[in-house]
Design a protein around this ligand. Sequence first.
Ligand SMILES: [Zn+2]
Ligand SMILES: [Zn+2]
Ligand SMILES: [Zn+2]
Length: 86
Amino acid sequence: MKQCTHADALPHPEPVPLSETCTECLALGTHPVQLRLCLTCGHVGCCDSSPGQHATGHHKDSGHPVMRTFEPGESWRWCFVDHVLV
Ligand SMILES: [Zn+2]
Ligand SMILES: [Zn+2]
Ligand SMILES: [Zn+2]
């Protein structure tokens, strides 16, 4: 199994969310299905089931490796580089 080294390098405490929803969706008038929080900078983007896939877009633009779910009651984290839960 592949080991992720990115999770250990994340800032502590985790960044404050920059917004309450996906601001790109807000600007475009599209609706996020679920939200993801970037654990490097606090960017909030929508998941891959959403029309814009802005969390993935943020990773591609910024190179920030790890996001976590921004949904109440969920706590998993995902590394975009290694494609593993961390
Ligand atoms: Zn990783
Ligand atoms: Zn979005
Ligand atoms: Zn980020």
